[in-house]
Design a binder for this molecule. Structure first.
Ligand code: NG6
Ligand code: CA
Length: 497
């Protein structure tokens, strides 16, 4: 062995000693707010399975999505890049082309490079195909082209057509004699819609959501055909959970594996299985949280049964803050009572205030992570680089460009995460430690449909979250120097200087 080979071998040994390849299960809830779990203060809904993970793992109090809505948050989670850099990364219709181009480094591709078997089950909402997708033939590019070995997905959201599952490259259960046609422009047949025939609906919209009716629920967008493939909202959680459990069972013998379980709960339409009808006194929104908790219990049990729970890194989070009425008359406002979906935070889904992006975040890994609470500022976008470090994957500096390695914080070995974090909701805001700067923004202060405080203000806003977590006292005029520094820093990050 010459000197170079010797050094190479020594390096490999050192790397192997500091990297680890646990199984990784990322449980990503939809619209679950900071205050929606028992472990984060909820009292009107019981979440024992999630709370057990929080108690046996590390519960973060300052973890964030990059944006206050779904598609941009998921874009960042998968790519490690701020979604504000990509104008197309906004809430997508169900027929949008794939947002993430094949060939770039992604969370699944990085883990695949490290030897992981990768799978996604659940809500995708990152686009499919390359424009004018034919749902009746092979579907791509999609998850299989950016690092997932297998997929079973809802193409967009539960409230958007097409209301079918896509398994790998095909619509699951599609009868070729009954082809699917999708349009976001106008009706594709003369079937009744939510608008023309509200009497056919089992849940009525409160805003929007009045187009094609599937399973007694009108959606956003129009579709026809594919009748044998249409999903059933009541059993959606069961279907997705069964797929997740099967993934664990199939891959437990050949570890490591990475499962991205993107639950549909608790997004609208909230149609939990009838067995959760009495789970809470909050109606479908509360019951959907109970259903989510059940799903997590099933997946955890599958890991336990397979004998891999201890060596599995379970991450639990949500794609944006909580919202109450998000478009259907589902009793969520009337039955909310004292429940606060975003806990002590101001705003919620779609807001510039902390309720928009600060979400539950739990890290559970019995073999490595000691139970506790972490106040570290971390972003879901940091998972790409942090998990690359953990598993020994190579990731060039220009890949996952906004992702920081916060692995020590994720494992509870360090109290600090990142220093700066941009939050996106219409405009941008900046966190610098516990300071928060919100750019001036036009537009309504309250989103009328959802009754959410948007955070829009023609004046700049500055809050000291160490003393004012609820963002009530604007310090912009009393701290002009700090405000200017933060505004400049935000400009730098935006321009990537
Ligand atoms: C909004 C929908 C809302 C929800 C949201 C996306 C209307 C009136 N509202 O446009 O119901 O679907 O988009 O949610 O259509 S997200 O969690 O996927 O970002
Ligand atoms: Ca969402």
């Amino acid at each position: 062995m010459n000197r170079r080979e010797f050094l190479g071998a020594a390096f490999t040994a050192a790397t192997a000693a500091t990297t680890a390849r646990p199984n990784i299960v990322l449980i990503y809830a939809d619209d679950l707010g900071y205050g929606d779990l028992g472990s984060y203060g909820a009292e009107r809904v019981k979440t024992p399975h999630l709370d057990r993970l929080a108690k046996g793992g590390l519960r973060f109090t300052d973890a964030h999505t990059t944006a206050a809505t779904c598609t941009p948050s998921r874009y960042s989670l998968i790519t490690g890049e701020y979604a504000f850099r990509v104008p197309a990364a906004r809430i997508l219709p169900g027929d949008a082309p794939a947002l993430i181009r094949p060939g770039r480094a992604t969370l699944p591709s990085v883990l695949k490079q490290s030897g992981y078997r990768t799978g996604v089950v659940g809500k995708w909402h990152l686009g499919l195909g390359s424009g004018k997708l034919d749902w009746n033939s092979d579907i791509g590019p999609g998850p299989l082209d950016i690092g997932f070995d297998e997929c079973f997905i809802i193409p967009a959201t539960g409230d958007r057509v097409p209301c079918v599952y896509v398994e790998n490259r095909r619509v699951a259960g599609l009868d070729p004699k009954d082809p699917i046609q999708v349009s976001y422009e106008g009706p594709v047949d003369d079937a009744p819609t939510g608008k023309s025939n509200p009497e056919f609906l089992k849940i009525k919209p409160s805003h929007g959501h009045d187009m094609t009716i599937v399973n007694g629920i009108s959606r956003i967008g129009y579709m026809r055909g594919g009748r044998a493939a249409l999903w059933n909202d009541e059993s959606m959680a069961d279907t997705l959970t069964a797929r997740a459990v099967s993934f664990v069972e199939r891959h437990a013998a050949r570890q490591p594996f990475f499962l991205y379980f993107a639950s549909h709960d608790i997004h609208v339409p909230r149609v939990p299985n009838p067995r959760f009808a009495a789970a809470t006194a909050m109606g479908p929104r509360g019951n959907a949280i109970a259903e989510l908790d059940w799903c997590v219990g099933q997946i955890t049990e599958a890991l336990t049964q397979a004998g891999v729970l201890k060596n599995t890194l379970i991450l639990v989070s949500s794609d944006n803050g909580g919202v109450v009425d998000d478009g259907y008359q589902d009793d969520s406002v009337a039955k909310l009572g004292a429940h606060r979906p975003n806990g002590p935070l101001r705003g919620g889904k779609g807001s510039k205030f902390e309720g928009g992006t600060r979400v539950p975040f739990i890290v559970h890994w019995p073999d490595r992570v000691k139970p506790g609470v972490s106040e570290a500022l971390v972003s879901q976008m940091d998972l790409v680089r942090s998990l690359a470090t953990l598993t020994g994957a190579k990731l060039a500096a220009q890949e996952a460009p906004d992702s920081e390695d916060v692995l020590p914080a994720l494992l509870g070995e360090r109290k600090q995460g990142r220093q700066f974090l941009v939050e996106q909701s219409g405009g941008l805001s900046l966190r610098d430690g516990l300071w928060k700067y919100i750019e001036p923004g036009s537009g309504p202060r309250i989103a009328a449909n959802t009754n959410t405080e948007t955070g829009n203000d023609p004046q700049p806003q500055l809050y000291d979250l160490s003393r004012d977590l609820g963002e009530t006292k604007n310090l912009a005029t009393t701290e002009p120097v700090r405000m200017k520094q933060m505004a400049d820093k935000l400009q730098d990050i935006r321009a990537k200087r």
